[in-house]
Design a protein around this ligand. Sequence first.
Ligand code: ATP
Ligand code: MG
Length: 417
Amino acid sequence: MTIQAVRGTRDILPDEIPAWHRIEAAARDLLARYGYREIRTPVFEETELFARGIGVETDIVSKEMYTFADRDGGSLTLRPEATAGIVRAVIEHNLMNADPALKVYALGPMFRRERPQKGRYRQFHQLDVEAFGFTSPTIDAEVIELALAYLDACGVTEHELVLNSVGDRHCRPAYVERLRAALRDRAPSMCADCRRRADTNPLRVLDCKVPEDQATIETLPRITDHLCDACADHFAEVRRQLELLGVPYRLSHRLVRGLDYYVRTTFEVTSTALGAQSSVLGGGRYDGLVKDLGGPDVAGIGFAVGLERLALLVPAGDGAPRCDVFLVPLAKAALDRALRLQRELRQAGLRAMLDPEGRSFKSRMKQADKLGARFVAIMGDDEIARGAWTVRDMARSEQQDVPEERVLDHLKEKANG
Ligand code: ATP
Ligand code: MG
């Protein structure tokens, strides 16, 4: 039996790579404009970090982590998300000392043992954006505007921003108790997940997707009606600034997000073009997290973009040509000249190729076509006798004789012109 990729993982094949390059280049370019620098942390960490940083009650920690015993008995976990590892690094290297307003981003694979389906994988990739040390609602609005600007930069236009505030340590506990109380007589008629969560993690009931539960959920108390003054003011200012910046949004009191650490602003961007797994990115504010993980008491806010889902939304490129010059040395004596010319063309920055197997003329012209070669340079016996290459401009279907000593400059000019 041949070995296949592990269930829930997928290969990103060369034909898909242009979309990925576009996504990655757009991230680097845009984030630099907003003052972010890249950080790269390991793909595995101590299990404890995620248990503490994400919350034991979450789906991620309770059932989705790839956790394994290290040979010396320690417990390690493949990162299911990037924030906890970044916070660990920020604390470990005292990054806040050097930069009390720290903006970082990371790109890389994440691992969650979920049920594989379209748009949901066990190894997937995220762009993760984090800003530490900012408490003002201005940064919430900036981060949200940045998330949308990023989708724009990737050519993705069909999407919706959903916004909520989940309160903070002062007002949320009382709200959660209200919710728990309201669920006491409602939960028994709800789905099994809701029945369990009504007790362990009532907030999670709000993002239940089971159709039969929806009407009941609508009758539950809404967090936005129970925010303390400070949270209500913060949220009002975030919304005012989004309006100022011309960023449209939809409020949803049910957007509580999967991780325990969020406070105040939470947001998500969805796209109907994605079908069932419609969430492209999600994020929010997590002011207590750095302190909880043993660092200074600094605020944090960020978001993570699912790159597989984003790649599905990126408009297909026009199949950019992969070859500038395809060399066709026909005569045996022409091969050495072609090899030298190929090297010089590559040094000059052009994508130059030839067929080292020396197949038939017809087959080589087919290869050139397949590669989208812009120019084909041919040298047979006649050309050797004349000391020239026949250079064919494929788009124009024109060809001309170019003396050997001129051919490098000629091709450079044509290809760059
Ligand atoms: P979902 O509601 O789809 O499960 P989530 O709330 O678990 O998403 P986050 O943890 O906020 O997602 O991750 C941010 C983004 O990462 C999501 O919006 C999604 O685009 C992407 N993502 C999350 N899990 C997966 C997965 N298993 N496979 C592919 N992409 C994923
Ligand atoms: Mg999830």
